[in-house]
Design a protein around this ligand. Structure first.
Ligand code: BGC
Length: 416
């Protein structure tokens, strides 16, 4: 029997409705376990519950997702892949290359993803002409979160340069505050490194070192200066920083114990979750020296193939994620900005509106760069090798000169 296009569409729609009536659960592996993250995840859970789709939660704590990726590998190896997985950058491409991800093209076409998701994100959501992941948001790592009352008490203005920032840190330390709230975990050290490198060397240097892995730039005096600045920052963290989770570092600013935190804008989710207001209780600004650049990481959900194409539940999840209402509702809580660039952001708070404008402007002007710390500059092997060097240096195992050499060696060994 030959079917007309309309007839085919009707049959497909009927199948979707029938599928929804007998909806299965989705099992979702993610690392959104901090207060602000969990609150944001509830927006997604509620959306699916409204469509009668159950949610099996598979949280694996650990910012940056390193632990989650280890658990994922074990699950897939034992033939028990979750339905959907929170993933970043090059990890998505790795799984796509292994042929493990469902093809989301039908949903992408229906919702016109190609038109509303910028190229910089599509680079990670698509593989060989197939959409393999649904982008939830855009986070950015080169932010500073400041305690408004401490800044006021100390008469501090928003720092515009590295020197200003160091002076502000010194003032906070002298006044008896923890100057820089930080957690000594490799991914957090690397998050600082992202911003310091961009501010110190500028966008071309970031591109050469973190993305192109240019040996000369990696071994340059500028790179030594980056490590020197990391050592300076190390002097402003408290004695108990080792192993501290990022959200506990945010809490130090929230509780007026610390003046600043350098962290991606998921930190804002913690401030909001604690009832704080940007501009009143806390301030957000780009890491001084990187005001025109946006270092990004985009949380995406990749759907693992369950046999025949994308399942109804996976399709519903992907569709919910890209809906304009969800993109605003979720990102308002999460601290990130929508991945779609066609939305009215007036419902976002001041930092969110600033972030959304900067993201779109940076995408236009070539100032949007993938975050090394969050898997958007290089595959996991290179990223992890860089983590090791950055952390060893931050903990005083290497001086800056040795760190530069170790970084070059790490890249040489691990880059393909
Ligand atoms: C993710 C964020 C998450 C943060 C801390 C980042 O890699 O992109 O969504 O909030 O890690 O867990």
């Amino acid at each position: 029997m030959k079917m007309t296009t309309t007839c085919k569409a009707t049959v497909a729609a009927a199948a979707l409705v029938a599928g929804a009536a007998h909806a299965q659960d989705v099992e979702v592996l993610h690392w959104w376990t901090a207060g602000g993250e969990a609150a944001a995840l509830n927006v997604l859970k509620d959306d699916l519950a409204g469509q009668d789709i159950g949610w099996q939660d598979m949280p694996v704590a650990g910012g940056g997702g390193t632990q989650a990726m280890t658990v994922l590998r074990a699950r897939v190896t034992s033939g028990n892949a979750p339905t959907a997985v929170q993933m970043l950058g090059f990890d998505i491409l790795d799984w796509a290359q292994e042929g493990a991800l469902a093809n989301l093209n039908p949903i992408a076409e229906e919702q016109n993803w190609g038109e509303v998701i910028p190229e910089a994100l599509q680079r990670f959501s698509t593989y060989e002409d197939q959409w393999v992941a649904a982008p939830v948001n855009v986070h950015s790592t080169n932010w500073v979160w400041a305690d408004a009352s401490i800044m006021e008490e100390l008469g501090l203005e928003q720092p515009q340069t590295w020197e200003d920032f160091v002076a502000a840190l010194e003032a906070a330390q002298e006044a008896g505050y923890v100057a820089l709230a930080h957690g000594g975990q490799a991914w957090q050290d690397a998050t600082l490194f992202d911003a310091v490198l961009m501010a110190t060397g500028g966008p071309e240097f970031y591109q050469k070192t973190m993305i192109d892995l240019d040996m000369e730039a990696l071994g340059s005096d500028t790179m030594k200066q980056v490590f020197d600045r990391m050592a300076t920052l190390r002097g402003f963290v408290d004695d108990n920083f080792s192993g501290r989770d990022w959200n506990l570092a945010s809490a130090m600013v929230i509780n007026d114990e610390a003046a600043f935190q350098m962290m991606g804008d998921w930190a804002k989710g913690e401030f909001l979750n604690a009832g704080q207001t940007p501009g009143e209780d806390f301030l957000c600004f780009r890491f001084p020296g990187s005001q025109d650049q946006v270092l990004f990481n985009s949380d995406q959900f990749a759907m693992f193939s369950q046999g025949d194409g994308v399942s109804d539940e996976q399709a519903a999840l992907a569709k919910a994620i890209l809906s304009p209402e969800f993109q605003i509702a979720f990102n308002k809580v999460k601290g990130s900005v929508p991945a779609r660039t066609d939305l009215d952001a007036s419902e976002l708070d001041a930092c969110g509106q600033q972030g959304y404008e900067e993201y779109k402007a940076a995408a236009e002007s070539g100032n949007l760069f993938g975050s090394m710390a969050h898997g958007h500059a290089n595959p996991a092997a290179v990223k992890n090798a860089m983590y090791d060097v950055i952390t060893a240096h931050f903990n005083g195992e290497y001086d800056s000169e040795t760190a530069v050499q170790e970084l070059q060696t790490a890249v040489e060994i691990n880059a393909m």
